[in-house]
Design a protein around this ligand. Sequence first.
Ligand code: BES
Ligand code: ZN
Length: 456
Amino acid sequence: MKDALAYAQAHHDDFVEELNDLLRIPSISTDPTYDADVQRAAGWLVDHLKSLGVAQAEAVATGGHPIVFARHIVDETRPTVLVYGHYDVQPPDPLDLWESPPFEPVIKNGDLYARGTCDDKGQLFMHLKALESYVKTDGQPPVNLKFIFEGEEESGSKHLPGFIEAHKDDLAADVVVISDTTLFAPGVPSITYGLRGMAYVEVTLTGPDRDLHSGMYGGAVENPINALARLIAGLHDENHRITIPGFYDNVRPLTDEERATFRALPFDAQAWAAEVGVETTKTEAGYSALEGTSARPTLDCNGIWGGYIGEGAKTVLPSKASAKISMRLVPNQTPEEITDKIRQYFEANTPATMHLTFTDLHGGYGVLVDTNSPAMDAAAQALEGVYGQRPFFTRSGGSIPVVADFKEILGLDSVLMGFGLDSDAIHSPNEHFGLDRFQQGIESIIRFMTIYGHQS
Ligand code: BES
Ligand code: ZN
């Protein structure tokens, strides 16, 4: 292992150069304009895997974006680690807020800036460089490796469950390892054992069959934007609880022990809020900010549009108004159930003057992973080796729907060993990833492979 660690340190700059090639490909999965780029990123990964001596690596067509699947079996008696990552990225919009172009990586103050540096190309790449560090020194890693890299994670993972179902044998492993989450704080490692699920919908209210003069019609024809704003405002009450009937029915209450664990985490909510320029946090009554962002379900309007949004003023009573709404779910809530309930809310509350169009965009299940397992122990030891302190076990508010699929379809637990920070601006302008954390990630993965490979 020592040689592999030394190799990783000596080749840091080369690794970053290579990663930059991948970052230059705008693999935005949600926008069909970029389909060829998503395809190109998949091909790039296959070529890269092959260059590391991984014989079986291919980009498998899915009907959507390809899934990169690779196998590196060194010894059938050794444990097998299935590494998951995603090579697609979020759209970079709003473009004018980027200080440097999103697909032209640059280093500033030790951070690498580009869309996907942290989420998730940079983190996925750490696994390939950990493998390389072994291959180039000891010859082989101490575990068998399988890689599954998705190109649709940021847009709903439509084809992934079917792929896993159809390739159960190919994907057989002892554990899944994913680096697509965050550290607890700079220099403070954590293993994420909980993720939230997701239900994502779009609604449109249509009133008059065309835009109208707001002076001629305003006062007697109801305005869809006004109506939609009212419906959206009605989704929360004054305690910031969600009002959709039955929304909390299946939420598993937090135990006293879980709440004590949250309280024990070193977290300053005020400072955290200040970092994003807000005066104070706003939580569901009775819950802390940490609980609110990871262990309680939420509802957020992600976008809202309609009418005139150009320069100056236009007196229009618009025909339509639309909104995108996502709900983060906690274990035991299902996207099907919640999508049904919000559909009923909109159906019941749409005024008679409007027509409702409701679209279910996508959903995914939340998870809680067992923290007592040989792989978790190995990951904790690996992180301790790099950071000099035991990791915290934390729950995260983000969603990685495949974690529930791996459990459900393959019976596999995932170790979520991520190296991002809240301040990395994922899904925002100026996404970046600290190159120190890129290096720590590679070293943590090398240590994990050694500890896990020799322990089982
Ligand atoms: N890497 C994130 C998930 C994440 C972020 C986990 C921060 C923990 C901390 C992932 O790529 C992501 O953004 N997922 C989407 C999934 C959704 C589209 C179903 C998300 O959470 O919005
Ligand atoms: Zn991600």
